[in-house]
Design a protein around this ligand. Structure first.
Ligand code: G3P
Length: 216
């Protein structure tokens, strides 16, 4: 399973890329707002740093506007994937963008049927928001299992990009469910490699090593 970093923060992106575990990045308008940066310049920098696809979100809500915006975003770099919301106009735009060879990530998905429509329109990725569903009392991961089944039943090439991951269990369950990608914020990425037993054992090993006589 690929791991994308869900942020627009350049320091976080540089650090996570240094670890070598990041396959791509996803941004959204709220994440860009947090940086206080001018979007186009910021997007170009993110695309230069990340060694894989970078999702940049459209703001327009009509199909013509989405296509026009997507064309501009796609010019920023070769690794741009345009995020399009799962609305009727978004689906119309995704079909046109697929024909133009522009990669899309259909976002703000909260049901398997929305994902099915996105796949039928030729979306490159579909982004189901698991954490947001959990927060309204529905089981977000159940949606991922259902989308996996639908996509496998009909051989859709659209990749399932689990979004709105709030904790390591979301990443683990995404991998077990056969998701293609999971995008997560930096805090979750850090929790993926940390384990209290690792710290205990490592501390013990180093303490014992310090007592070994006559080392080289
Ligand atoms: O980038 C899209 C998605 O991951 C947003 O997640 O944390 O705002 O629900 P969140």
């Amino acid at each position: 399973m690929k791991l994308f970093l869900d942020t627009a923060d350049l320091d976080q992106i540089r650090e996570a890329c240094r670890w070598g575990i990041i396959d791509g990045a996803t941004t959204n308008p709220s994440l860009v707002f947090k940086t206080g940066r001018e979007p186009r310049e910021l997007y170009a920098e993110i695309c230069r740093i990340v060694p894989g696809p970078v999702s940049l979100e459209c703001i327009a809500l009509d199909s013509a506007g989405i296509v026009a915006e997507a064309r501009q975003l796609a010019e920023i770099a070769d690794n741009v994937v345009v995020k399009v919301p799962i609305i009727r106009e978004g689906l119309i735009a995704v079909k046109q963008l697929a024909a133009l060879g522009i990669k899309t990530n259909v976002t703000v998905v909260h049901s398997p049927l929305q994902a099915l429509l996105a796949a039928k329109c030729g979306a490159t990725y579909v982004s189901p928001f698991v954490g947001r569903l959990d927060s309204v009392g529905q089981v977000g991961m159940e949606m991922i299992h259902q989308i996996r089944t639908i996509f496998d039943n009909y051989d859709f090439a659209t990749e399932i990009l689990v979004a709105s991951a709030r904790h390591p269990l979301h990443v683990l369950e995404s991998a077990l469910a056969g998701a293609d990608v999971c995008t997560a914020p930096m805090e979750v990425m850090e929790q993926l490699y940390q384990h209290p037993m690792t710290d205990v054992v490592l501390k013990q090993f180093l303490a014992d090593w310090a007592k070994v006589p006559a080392k080289g």
